[in-house]
Design a protein around this ligand. Sequence first.
Ligand code: IPM
Ligand code: MN
Length: 355
Amino acid sequence: MAKTYKIAVIPGDGTGPEVIREGRKVLSALAEKYEFKVDFIEYDLGGERYLKTGETLPDSVLEELKTVDAIYLGAIGHPDVKPGILEQGILLKLRFSLDQYINLRPVKLYPGVWTPLKDKGPDDIDFVVVRENTEGLYCGSGGFLKKGTRDEVAVQESINTRKGVERCIRYAFEFTRKRNKKNTLTLCGKTNVLTYAFDLWERTFHEVGEEYPEIKREYAHVDATCMWMVKNPEWFDVIVTDNMFGDIITDLGAIIQGGMGIAAGGNINPDEGGVSMFEPIGGSAPKYTGKNVINPLAAICAAGMMLEYLGEKEAAESLERSVMRVTAEKLKSLSAGKMGYSTTEVGDLVVKFLE
Ligand code: IPM
Ligand code: MN
């Protein structure tokens, strides 16, 4: 009997629903070709629901999400909602509550895609960032003292636990081994200034690394990492880093791979019974909402990552090959409104090129 996957879909805000629609289209086409089934269950989480009901992520929804095979998320962020409310109340709450301790972000330049890096092509830009996703500066640890006065103090602490750091680093070594490309894992940190947090990271990196003698270990400070990502991106294979640095360097990564139109990510809980969530990493793009001009490839690539994670490797590879044909042979640009095709047409092209 065909395998059935229960997928929770959170189209979310802005252009989220438009790109998710195309991702679902591609998933359904692949399901037919590769003989599996997908049951989509939609959730209306996001800015609209919050404005109507005051709810971000109700406990009852969270409980339901714990029972699905994966979550497919569009975008969170609404122009009429104060920044932080939806991000913390939905996106970060999901990552934390489901203990999705890995944020996996491939940085890969597809053929035909423009990169702002001069003299660099698809052979040079192909690496993966493993970002810790549940600790660091994102814990919300800290507070104000004498808020609103001239003596105000604001403290925001980075929490790094041995367990949290170790499981992230171990995942990164396993991932590098499985990827089997350059077999090199780079720890991105700031050991020269953050002498407690990254001391723990560095010690853990080398201790765990002993168990992976075939993986070459490299270290780069985060500032230097930014420089190398621009100057010599081909040096990188897999980078492992903390939550905040990972957030920053993956936006740099997104732009060198062609921008938010193509960049996808997975929030992964690799443990037995864990529920993972896949998303395009760009925002809700309110400016382009409802115009059928946004690029759905990032959402489609996120669907590809979801298939890979679910074990549908062939379908995932077929999806990626098709996306590569679309970028190489069809799109004029990856930017919204400049692709030469509408959102819907890009989804149709990906479906057409599926083998
Ligand atoms: C991302 C985003 C989020 C983050 C925001 C929206 C909270 O920038 O997924 O990279 O900082 O993690
Ligand atoms: Mn970010």
